[in-house]
Design a protein around this ligand. Structure first.
Ligand code: NOJ
Ligand code: CA
Length: 717
């Protein structure tokens, strides 16, 4: 497959001033004129910027700069030596995505800032103003008086223009698996303790902080999302909160000795992004983050395939079913003879059981079966900060890799590899090539990785520079072996899937597994759409039909959605990798609803954002890639509502058949989650559907081409 094509429609560069005056303010407007950016220097020579949207203040004057370790700071004493602007308008085609064509259209301002008292040490500030928001980054060009430096802290401010509503999780160096709190910015201090729930291997930030993507809504209806793009060779950015003045300030994740970044000139920071709109749907539709990432340099991407999969997985979370571990012992070493362990009798990944999953996948058209717990070491994988928990190549005695692989191949199903690293990144890096070779030898083309626990090298954090480099390294190395990566517990995404399109999905948030460990609030997914998913696709693992988990013996546990909302997720929770996470036996109980999961696409030509409000509801329509099939998903929070689906996204003049999967009249996530109806209608681009959605419920629609005979007897919407 050829590299994405670029058509630079218009590129204009202007040098605006050289040795600009002090007090000089540089202004830039977005291509559509809605945004206005002003950049200037304070009297101390500190760079500052401000941003407005349609005349409303979004960011009040906010300072920029960096504190270096054992070196003069990059926070003041600057003069502006040169500024230039340019315009770019191009389109490109992602390997996979929400749309087959993405437009990248912005105006850019670059400033050279010189510290003349420091031997003319200089940096560049690069601002890009899109029609959906602002991005900026620090650049450190190669120069005589600056080679290597260590970042003590980055001081990028986001001074907000009011005490906005904010959807937030506590700042943490190691995990994003928190539940969201919605409050005013000024209320964050009083709510922080309650929000900082227990999570395995967490490191909450002591100075008041929240994580990005951070979603806000102003009193006069502006939506503001702050995040970062293209996070490479740098620590992730968290945001310290000055609750009184509503200022957010960058706080980088430190390394084991407290430093925040090791830099060598001819480099730059990631982009700091502020997506803004007065329409919540535009936040979901934004391509800013992915546009700010570098195009891939992979020559061949034909092996990267959006995937729908099932797996030996959910049975590890529901009571009484099975376990990752094979032996009863709880103290093992890789050198041990695992055939001598005492089988616990409940091992999930046995040859026979995995073959049952393969049969199910083949029968229902799934691409792959994820197998967790196939390899030795699970007896003491968690909580011991142990270096060599897994070797990624040795199966348990009751799992015959060759037999399973051959069986799956004969059925046209892929086995999806699982590499839980137990957060021992050093062990994983040492064994990585052998592990990928093993996958190549067996024809495994995708792997789910995991980083549960405290990181090794000890003292490093999941979101620090060291691990950021580890995750990119794994993605790049995997590409050498034509392997796709789905990473769990990895640093939250920043659009790097454009650069590494084989990094096909990530978890990096509180996903379905927590439905079996305390439950997710019904509003959770409609917040995630505006937060976690802004950075990239999530392996949310939807599709749970048996939502009341007391069915298995999990005391008072339930998945807080209706069955239909689980269907809606396949459209609303965008990912080119989608799991049908429930046990096959539950799909067999509801074959008509299961049909939607079988039909739904995982790669798209186009997407339309029909209704959206963070924390409340989201309705999205998408067209399957290369096919005349459309899918609609709508999800709501704990309140019922009426969704309005406008079918004007359909081509004019054609009649299609829409299959509508809706919550039953009496349905609700807590009382009656499995009540649903399935109805068929004829629809055209003029159709509109007003559809009841239950509390914690959803709506899913599949739309196909139809002949006259198919349409006979069906009601027209
Ligand atoms: C946490 C992951 O999120 C989950 O999906 C996986 O099953 C376990 N770790 C074990 O690797
Ligand atoms: Ca997890």
């Amino acid at each position: 497959m050829p590299l994405p094509t670029y058509q630079i429609k218009f590129l204009f560069v202007a040098i605006l001033c050289i040795y600009c005056q002090l007090g000089f303010s540089q202004e830039l407007t977005s291509p559509d004129g809605n945004f206005e950016l002003k950049v200037s220097l304070t009297t101390n020579g500190t760079p500052q910027y401000q941003l407005s949207y349609k005349g409303k203040k979004v960011i009040e004057p906010s300072l920029l700069g960096l504190q270096l370790k054992n070196a003069p700071s990059m926070r003041e004493g600057f003069t502006i030596e040169e500024t230039s602007t340019s315009v770019v308008d191009e389109t490109w085609n992602p390997v996979w995505g929400k749309q087959k064509t993405v437009r990248n259209h912005y105006k850019e301002l670059v400033m050279k800032l010189v510290q003349s008292d420091l031997d003319s040490r200089y940096i560049r500030l690069r601002f890009r103003l899109f029609n959906d928001g602002l991005a900026f980054r620090y650049e450190f060009p190669k120069q005589p008086k600056l080679n290597y430096f260590v970042i003590e802290e980055e001081y990028s401010e986001f001074a907000l223009a009011g005490d906005h509503k904010i959807f937030w999780i506590p700042g943490d160096y190691d995990t994003h698996e928190y539940a969201y709190t919605t409050s005013k910015i000024s209320e964050i201090p009083e709510k922080m303790e309650e929000a900082t729930i227990y999570i395995n291997a967490q490191t909450p930030i002591e100075s008041l902080a929240v994580q990005t993507p951070s979603m806000m809504k102003t009193e006069d209806g502006l939506y503001i999302n702050i995040h970062e793009a293209a996070l490479q060779n740098y620590a992730a950015m968290e945001l310290n909160v000055d609750a009184k003045n509503q200022v957010l300030r960058s706080h980088l994740v430190p390394d084991a000795v407290g430093n925040k970044g090791y830099m060598q000139t001819n480099t730059h920071s990631p982009w700091r992004t502020i997506i803004v709109s007065d329409d919540a749907r535009a936040i979901l539709a934004s391509h800013m983050i992915i546009n700010l990432n570098e195009p891939t340099d992979y020559e061949d991407t034909s092996w990267i395939k959006p995937t729908k999969y099932i797996g030996v997985w959910w049975e590890y979370f529901v009571e009484g079913k099975s376990t990752w571990a094979y032996g009863k012992e709880t103290n093992v070493k890789l050198e041990d003879d695992f055939s001598q362990l005492t089988p616990n009798g409940r091992h999930g990944a046995t040859t026979t059981h995995v073959k049952e999953y393969v049969d199910f996948a083949a029968e229902h058209g799934f691409d792959a079966v994820l197998v967790e717990g196939w390899n030795i070491g699970w007896e003491d994988w968690i909580g011991n900060w142990k270096e060599n928990v897994f070797d990624f190549t040795t199966p348990y005695p009751d799992f015959d890799v060759e037999e399973v692989t051959n069986y799956a191949r004969s059925k046209g199903v892929k086995i999806m590899m699982h590499h839980e690293t137990s957060a021992s990144a050093t062990n994983y890096e040492r064994r990585l090539d052998r592990a990928f070779e093993f996958m190549n030898e067996h024809g495994y083309t995708s792997v789910k990785t995991g980083y549960v626990g405290q990181i090794i090298p000890r003292g490093e954090h999941h979101d620090g520079q060291w691990m950021v480099n580890h995750f990119s390294h794994v993605a790049k190395r995997a590409a050498d072996y034509q392997i796709m990566i789905n990473s769990h517990e990895a640093v939250r995404p920043t659009g790097l899937h454009r650069t590494y399109p084989n990094w096909i999905a990530q978890e990096s948030a509180r996903g379905t597994e927590f439905e079996a460990m305390g439950g997710l609030a019904p509003e959770h997914a409609s917040i995630l759409a505006f937060t976690r998913l802004i950075g990239g696709p999530m392996d949310y693992t939807p599709g749970i039909f048996q939502t009341d988990l007391s069915y298995y013996g999990n005391n008072n546990q339930r998945v807080n959605t209706t069955l239909v909302k689980q269907l809606a997720y396949y459209v609303t929770m965008y990912s080119p990798l989608q799991m049908a996470a429930d046990l096959p036996e539950n799909y067999q109980r509801f074959p008509d609803a299961f049909q939607f999961i079988k039909d739904v696409a995982v790669d798209w030509d186009n997407s339309w954002y029909l209704e959206a409000e963070p924390g409340d509801y989201v309705t999205i329509a998408r067209k399957a890639k290369g096919k005349n099939e459309w899918f609609v998903g709508s999800m709501t929070d704990e309140n019922s509502r009426t969704a309005i689906v406008d079918f004007s996204f359909l081509p004019k003049g054609e009649n299609y058949i829409a299959t509508v999967y809706a919550d039953g009249k009496e349905a609700s996530f807590d009382k009656n989650p499995q009540s649903y109806t399935i109805q068929q209608f004829v629809v055209t681009h003029k159709s509109k559907l007003k559809q009841f959605i239950a509390r914690g419920g959803g709506l899913a629609i599949s739309i196909k081409e139809a002949t006259k005979t198919d349409r006979k007897g069906l009601k027209k919407l």
